[in-house]
Design a binder for this molecule. Sequence first.
Ligand code: ARG
Ligand code: ASP
Length: 712
Amino acid sequence: MKKYILFFVIVISNILFLNNTFAQGGMWLPNQLDRNQKDMMSKGCHISAKQIYDEQNASIKDAVVLFGRGCTGEFVSNQGLLFTNHHCGYSEIVKHSTVDHDYLTNGFAAMSLDEELPCPGLTVTLLQYMKDVTSDVLSGVSSSMTEKERQMKVNENIKNIVENTTKGTNLDGYVKALYYGNQYMLYVNKIYKDVRLVVAPPSNIGKFGGDTDNWMWPRHTGDFSVFRVYADANNEPAEYSKNNKPYQPKKFLKISLKDKNEGDFTFVMGYPGTTQQFLTSYAVEDIQNIEDPARIKLRTERLNVYKSAQEESPAKRLRYASDVASIANGWKKWQGEVKGLKFLNAVEKKRQGELNNPLMSQFYELYNDNRKYKLEQLYIGEAVLASDFMYNTRRLLSLIDLSMDNTVTDIVLKTEADNLLSWLDKYYNNDFASHRGVDSMIFVRTMTIFYNDFAKDNYNFLHDKLNKMPIEDYFADIYKTSVLNNPEKIRKVLKDYKRKNYKKLIDDSAVEFLSPIWGQYVNSTREKLTQNNNKLDSLYRINTKHYIDEYNRHNNTKDMSMNNGIFPDANLTMRVTYGNIASFKPKDGITYRHYTTIAGIMEKEEPNIYDYVVEQKLKDIYYNNDIAPYSDRVAFIATNHTTGGNSGSPVMDADGNLIGLNFDRNWEGTMSDILYDKDLCRNITLDIRYCLLIIDKYLEAKNLINELELVK
Ligand code: ARG
Ligand code: ASP
């Protein structure tokens, strides 16, 4: 009886928890979308789940790809033409840009197939099918196994499943855990390796608003780029070859030129990277109060250094552009996340749902124990290895370690030293003379924060030295005296490297400094983290199963994998999310309209501020009203639940026609990775008509427009 009462209390609190934290949003498994069909129809969808995902017949899934390793793209012609975001194609565009052909700044459009630019290393992954393999993965796993034994058995089974599926084929496969290992899904893919750059808008369009507007609505960024996938004579994946032909997809998306209104149904298919909706209150509290603030503080420092360097010259602005873009992206997102979590009272909401849950004390203990190690890992990434100086020192450390290890042969040692030497040669020859000032500042400033906020209390070995002088001087001194800042000297040590040369390195100031910190991290902290994380994983597995069972009991449903109930966290596999175009209220008294127009670009224009320069040609198009058959709309927002990795994803209308490219979220809603809120969270989509306007009227690539199938 007592047991029954306890259980009842848990049920009640869990339902509360479920309602609080899973009521809206969702990144659904495409092969189980029939479970969402009714809900999708009620929101305005006109097509069936089978038209979106079908393994027998061509369906929308055949038009959607994993672009590179962390973005999404979609086919828009029967000749393998592929749309994605500008920020997803950014590094390829940069690689093809030179002073003479500055495609990054001026834009680029191939007027014929032979003008398209190969992108070695870039891949496009096409999902063939996915399959629930839970029982195969768990075969031989028993409840008496330790977490480690379980993991070994699971890994062994996964290896066999993948091997049996792909051996002797051109397929690639992997198995991913869902719901912390309550379910396992096999994904079978073809990976296309000949991908070519077709269109890049000028930066003033593709990155308009830059980091200032990033993560913000209202938005006016023309965030698109175009690629083409090539295949061999049989339409199969092949390495780059002049003889390859444009890939003919089983399905490509038609493009709608119609206006979209508030309330219209939209859905997004793509590759969302990571969400953490099952986190307990303890984890959310740490993210909100400790981890995000520490990251933000360290990155603020780095950004300040880079930004003041950028102000010195246009060359330096370019030199640090991509570093700043990626550092600022996380920096700004975490600030939004903290604000959003606080606004939603996320910790309290989670706590309410955890009342009387007997697992909570174990979670508490584990998070308490893990906090220090997690922070150490965070500081290693965001501070200790933030400067090139320390990154290079770490490479030096591993050479020293290898030299002291007698099982390592002289040949291996020499290869390592040669690799490091050629890396450093490039580093020194690049712009070391001007960059070292910036890098040393990054080193001194991040290390000072690291020392004051973390190391002081956690590393005894630093105290003696630091008692003797001001910390900043101490770090500046390390920088000045290290052999890594004396290119001639380090080159001499590394050239024709002999084992005993390491003795010339071990007393180096940087090596002496980093060695104990790195040593502790590698030899002790990482192991503790793995142990704790394994324990947490197994607790989360039990807890998540528990929530799902409660949900099923409450809703009279049976299936473990609750599509249209509790979705499995994003894990960079194909998902579908759906919602409606919707304005939102960021603050009391303000409503943000659901779309922006070119008028807003003209409003934002600031000829002297890099992010807000507007090209004359765009003004001509706009003021001459040379817009038909497209539109003056630039972007729109909707309630689709998206995350990093969804960039470039097709946003489609009720009929499955392409209406835009997903590229961001609103700042007020960036906590959606942890807790989604339908009133606050919006995905930001580039209106496909702005993309076509730029390709057609600005870049004048009619050849590409002719390939598309437009629906009026
Ligand atoms: N916030 C978007 C995402 O997370 C776009 C990032 C690229 N843009 C930038 N200004 N850094 O990917
Ligand atoms: N901008 C993100 C991306 O690149 C999308 C997001 O986080 O909403 O995938």
